[in-house]
Design a protein around this ligand. Structure first.
Ligand code: PLP
Length: 368
């Protein structure tokens, strides 16, 4: 079986370095918000090209905390609207509704899968306070037009950067394009921990202080609680692993680009539509967290690949507005997101996928 993602193999590449480091952390006797977290925050901020990175418990918390901080600072209030793509992963939307804010869905471009920036302005109302862009599947969605739109209506740009660490837009990394960004280091992400972990990056110093306090029970000073906060900490074990793996992220992403390039050049089945990229394949605008193809016969294709020992996944089978959790939006119609949920299929892609495996995948797919 060719696995969709061989996490064991990815992490074994760094086994010795990680084990030595984990031994040190174990012996240090300090396990939360310690030296390792501090080091990782500094290294991540430097890598992304921002002044601050804050380690938190997971990617959903990163997004929740950003919005919560904008509420605590008075920039947003209950009922305000946040623009978000209609085909995103549920976590982007949960972060919004969890803060008593209202998601306003915008359809994606049918070929890039990313939010269609030209459709934003018509949905802006006096209640709109932010645009949550999602660099879906690893491809950056950004433009000068988006920046100007945000400026014109005084909207924050929040990046859901869970899938695109390392991607660059005109020399600026995702995570440094907007006002604040949320990262996930869920084990299966391009930069994966050995458990849950997340981070926020921003150049907004005031936001940093508010987020750090909210994530620490709402307290900046011990036993003095300014906010009704939560507990969302990054632990030193995860930070130590992430700090090691961060050194290799560019190399890992480059390998993903090579796999994507091979698929794009060699899959030539008329029943399968390949993903479009905004820029050329050599550009750094895409880090290929997922390689997503489309087919009108998606379910048959998936079964055929499984029968041929190739594991695939669907990202995502049900769009957020059709979920039972969001029954109030079930009657809304987002035909592009809905058709994508019926047609998308994610092929295996990772830094450890071997040449003979990609060759087999292409050969099998072209015979479908
Ligand atoms: C993974 C993911 C998240 C959530 O991250 P967790 O660490 O699993 O909480 C948010 N948004 C997107 C687009 C993701 O892919």
């Amino acid at each position: 079986m060719i696995k969709f993602l061989d996490l064991q193999k990815i992490n074994l590449q760094y086994q010795q370095e990680i084990q030595e480091k984990l031994n040190q952390v174990f012996r240090s006797g300090w396990y939360l918000l310690g030296k390792e977290v501090n080091n990782f925050e500094k290294d991540l901020a430097q890598y992304i090209g921002v002044n601050n990175a804050i380690g938190v418990a997971n990617g959903l918390d990163a997004l929740r905390l950003i919005l919560r901080a904008y509420k605590e600072s008075g920039f947003m209030k209950d009922g305000d609207e946040v623009i978000v793509p209609s085909n995103t992963y549920i976590a982007s939307v949960l972060a919004i509704s969890d803060n008593n804010l209202v998601p306003v869905f915008i359809e994606p471009n049918l070929n890039t899968f990313n939010l269609d920036i030209s459709k934003i302005e018509e949905k802006v109302t006096p209640k709109t306070k932010a645009i949550m862009i999602v660099h879906l599947y690893g491809q950056i969605v950004f433009s000068q037009e988006l920046k100007e739109l945000a400026k014109k209506y005084n909207l924050k740009i929040i990046e859901d950067n869970a899938q695109a660490i390392g991607a660059e837009y005109q020399g600026i990394k995702s995570g440094a394009l907007g006002d604040a960004a949320g990262f996930s280091f869920y084990p299966g992400k391009n930069l994966g921990a050995l458990g849950d972990a997340g981070a926020i990056t921003t150049n907004d110093q005031e936001l940093v202080q508010t987020i750090r306090a909210i994530a620490n029970y709402g307290s900046a000073e011990k036993y003095v609680n300014k906010y009704q906060g939560l507990n969302s900490r990054l632990d030193d074990i995860q930070a130590a692993v992430l700090d090691i793996k961060l050194k290799y992220i560019d190399k890992e992403n480059q390998k993903r680009r090579e796999v994507a390039d091979f698929y794009l050049k060699n899959i030539n089945n008329p029943n399968i539509e390949l993903p479009s990229i905004e820029d050329c394949i050599q550009s750094k605008q895409h880090v290929w967290h997922l390689f997503v193809v489309k087919s009108k016969q998606r379910d048959n294709l998936q079964k055929y690949l499984t029968d041929n020992n190739i594991q695939t996944l669907i990202h995502y089978p049900i769009p957020p507005h059709k979920q039972a959790a969001y029954s109030q939006y079930n009657r809304l119609s987002f035909p592009i997101a809905e058709s994508l949920s019926d047609e998308v299929l994610s092929l295996p892609i990772s830094s450890v996928l071997q040449k003979d495996e990609t060759e087999k995948i292409v050969e099998v797919i072209n015979k479908f």
